[in-house]
Write a protein that binds this ligand. Structure first.
Ligand SMILES: [Zn+2]
Length: 448
């Protein structure tokens, strides 16, 4: 394989898509040559239009990887790191990223975030297609989005201290990751897009240091600062985490779009619009133009709930709707367990309606299909061990099919419906209040 034109194409890709300075071309080229153990170089003419049309560097990286593999320079298990190595070379340095981003941010946060989104997608630090299967569960409340996810390789040594640490930048499997500094708070806070984009613009605002996240007045204010700076994004405060952060994304998730179930009024804060929302878990929504009062009310409500039991937790989302602040609170309890067949524990993202299911389900769905289409006789007692968690779900599915002969397409529809129902169960099982209990709780705060 003549590798030189491929190297030249990657350099042009860097110039065209990743703001690589033309003056850095020789420097970057030599870095690539070094990685490929090459001692010389031949320049080739490249069709720039062809590179302009590319939306991902993967086709070029595959060729470089194949070359390195053929020459025994790397092992197949190092593919991800090799891709990251190459993209790290042709991407801007992290400090330059913050400078570029900061310049655009001064003009418009919308433009700055869309520049960053495109950059991180084109430099391969986010995975454009992170799912094996993905569908919208149309019949479910709030239209849950179901993602059977691809496995993601992570840095897993003692260093960096955790997934979220800034030490991941330029390191191992996350070499091409590019955080940007946001002008929020007194300490340095960086925005980093999640590698797997299960919903548009998912990312995290992380604190520079590895210190635990706590839900309090100051973290709540960080969330408000974030949405004031970037009003098209929402912010969510995790209740507990080893590394202080908030996570967010572009526009809304299914939970945000769920309608009001019941409007209520607070005697103390009559100007705040308060409602209980129609979600699987117990949840409320408050909107108001006065940030200070809304923060005060949110803290008061959270403290009342949390104070009654040490296992209680709240997940708080903050966003802007036109000129109003909107806070949404999900009431949770760390001891609540779900009996769903698809997942034992729900992540915060699941709780907002983006359900992420293990990659193994991809194969399992094919196996379910074989039973439903009667290609293989079904026996609940003789299920292979990996399918046992789905026993009840399968019995129900088989009963529905009965003696009918159904096609694989029909079987897939039935299987997806069953998974949708189990995904609803995952969240329903975490509900902490029934209607009467909810009213009793709110009465303590003179809300009715
Ligand atoms: Zn950390």
């Amino acid at each position: 394989m003549n590798i030189y034109p491929v190297i030249e194409k990657l350099l042009i890709y860097g110039e065209e898509h990743l703001s690589m300075d033309e003056l850095d071309a020789v420097y970057c080229r030599n870095k690539i040559l070094e990685k490929l153990s090459l001692k010389d170089y031949e320049q080739y003419e490249i069709n720039v239009d062809e590179i302009d049309d590319m939306t991902s560097p993967d086709a070029l990286l595959e060729q470089l990887y194949q070359y390195a593999l053929d020459k025994a320079l790397i092992k197949p298990e190092n593919k991800t790191e090799f891709f990251q190595d190459m993209m790290d070379i042709v991407s801007l340095r992290p400090g330059q990223m913050t400078d570029e981003f900061g310049n655009i941010l001064k003009r418009s946060s919308t433009k700055a975030m869309s520049w960053l989104t495109e950059y991180c997608s084109k430099n391969g630090s986010v995975i454009q297609n992170p799912t094996l299967r993905r569908w919208e569960a149309k019949g479910t409340k709030g239209k849950l989005e179901i993602n059977v996810v691809k496995p993601i390789e992570k840095n897993n040594g003692k260093y960096p201290e955790c997934d979220m640490c800034l030490q991941n930048v330029g390191f191992g499997l996350t070499k091409a990751t590019r955080p940007v500094l946001l002008p929020i708070g007194d300490e340095n806070n960086f925005w980093i897009f999640d590698k797997a984009q299960y919903a548009t613009g998912l990312g995290k605002l992380i604190c520079e240091y590895h210190s635990p996240a706590i839900f309090d007045f100051s973290s709540l204010n960080y969330a408000f600062d974030f949405v004031e700076l970037i009003p098209e994004y929402f912010a969510v405060l995790p209740y507990k985490c080893a590394h202080a952060h908030l996570w967010g994304g572009y526009k809304t998730l299914p939970f945000h779009r769920t309608p009001e179930l019941k409007k209520v009024k607070s005697k103390e804060y009559p100007y705040i619009n308060i409602s209980i929302v129609d979600w699987y878990m117990s949840a409320m929504r408050f909107t108001c133009t006065n940030r200070e009062k809304l923060v005060e009310f949110t803290m008061k409500l959270a403290k009342t709930y949390l104070g009654e039991d040490e296992n209680r937790e709240v997940i708080v989302s903050v966003r802007m709707i036109e000129n109003k602040y909107c806070v949404e609170m999900i009431f949770d309890n760390s001891t609540s367990k779900s009996k769903s067949a698809v997942k034992a524990e729900a992540t915060d993202l699941d709780k907002f309606g983006i359900i992420t299911l293990d990659s193994a389900l991809d194969n399992h769905m094919t196996q379910f299909d074989i039973y439903l289409t009667k290609e293989l006789p079904f026996s609940a007692e003789l299920l292979p061990p990996e399918l046992r968690p789905y026993k009840q779900m399968l019995i129900k599915l088989m009963k529905e099919v009965g003696d009918n002969k159904i096609s694989s397409i029909e079987a897939q529809i039935d299987i997806k419906d069953a998974i949708n129902t189990e995904s609803e169960k995952l969240l329903e099982d975490l509900r902490v209040f029934d209607d009467a209990e909810f009213s009793q709780f709110l009465a303590k705060l003179s809300i009715a």
